[in-house]
Design a protein around this ligand. Sequence first.
Ligand SMILES: NC(=O)c1ccc[n+]([C@@H]2O[C@H](COP(=O)([O-])OP(=O)(O)OC[C@H]3O[C@@H](n4cnc5c(N)ncnc54)[C@H](OP(=O)(O)O)[C@@H]3O)[C@@H](O)[C@H]2O)c1
Length: 244
Amino acid sequence: MDTVMQGTLEGAQVVIVGGSSGLGLAAAAAAKARGAEVTLVGRTPAKLDVAATRIGGARTAVADIADRNSVEAVFGNLARVDHLVITAGGLQLGRLAESDPDWLLEEVQQRIAGPLYAIKAALPLMPPTGSIVLTGGQFSDRPPGNGESVIAAAVRGVEALARSLALELRPIRVNVIAPGLIDTPLFDVFGPEGRASVFRETAQKLPVGRTGRPEEVGEGIAFLLGNGYMNGEVLHIDGGGRLV
Ligand SMILES: NC(=O)c1ccc[n+]([C@@H]2O[C@H](COP(=O)([O-])OP(=O)(O)OC[C@H]3O[C@@H](n4cnc5c(N)ncnc54)[C@H](OP(=O)(O)O)[C@@H]3O)[C@@H](O)[C@H]2O)c1
């Protein structure tokens, strides 16, 4: 049987929007471990500096994915993008009855419009062997009913977007990573006790008996980038969360 060099990212230029923390930072570490050169993009320069140091060096750039001009400025300064990863985003939860729809819709701006801005700007810099990974999530299949309805709509939209773009942008590959509950700074907004109780209750329900680590998602993203036959796929890394 032929040996196929799968998974190597040797010399590849990988841009990670959302790379200064959590899933994106873990993806950056995994891509670097496979030989890639990474560019971390986020809104906060200090976070980017700390993240770049943590993974032993990376180019950094400041942009808000929801702001088209700032996204275009980042890619205007790059010469080549082999792979684009988008994990930028927050967690704007709110029940419709108590929330401003326009505030809730900021999630759509970040999760749907943002990737469109970034992909459009990156495309002229991408080779045919390039690939894109977008971020979905478990709310797409299993919304808990706690104010996540717009996020659920957006992440389902991300999956549809990826499948359609996998055809439109061919031969560039487009995939989605769909994590379950992963231990990242995203949940710091709940405060220490709120955060601990969400993680404890979720761990009890999950078949694996624990919540996820960012490194487990980072490995999944690096796999999607490096495997040239993965395309139009949604890779769930959720401890079996969709089954319970
Ligand atoms: N962790 C989970 O359990 C989980 C599960 C499923 C889906 N997700 C989704 O995955 C995404 C990343 O989550 P995470 O856990 O990695 O969160 P995180 O640890 O808070 O990291 C988010 C990253 O995105 C950047 N970012 C946030 N908003 C941005 C914007 N508008 N423009 C550019 N960069 C932005 C942040 O830096 P700055 O704030 O400095 O910009 C940071 O680098 C979120 O959309 C989240 O909803 C997370």
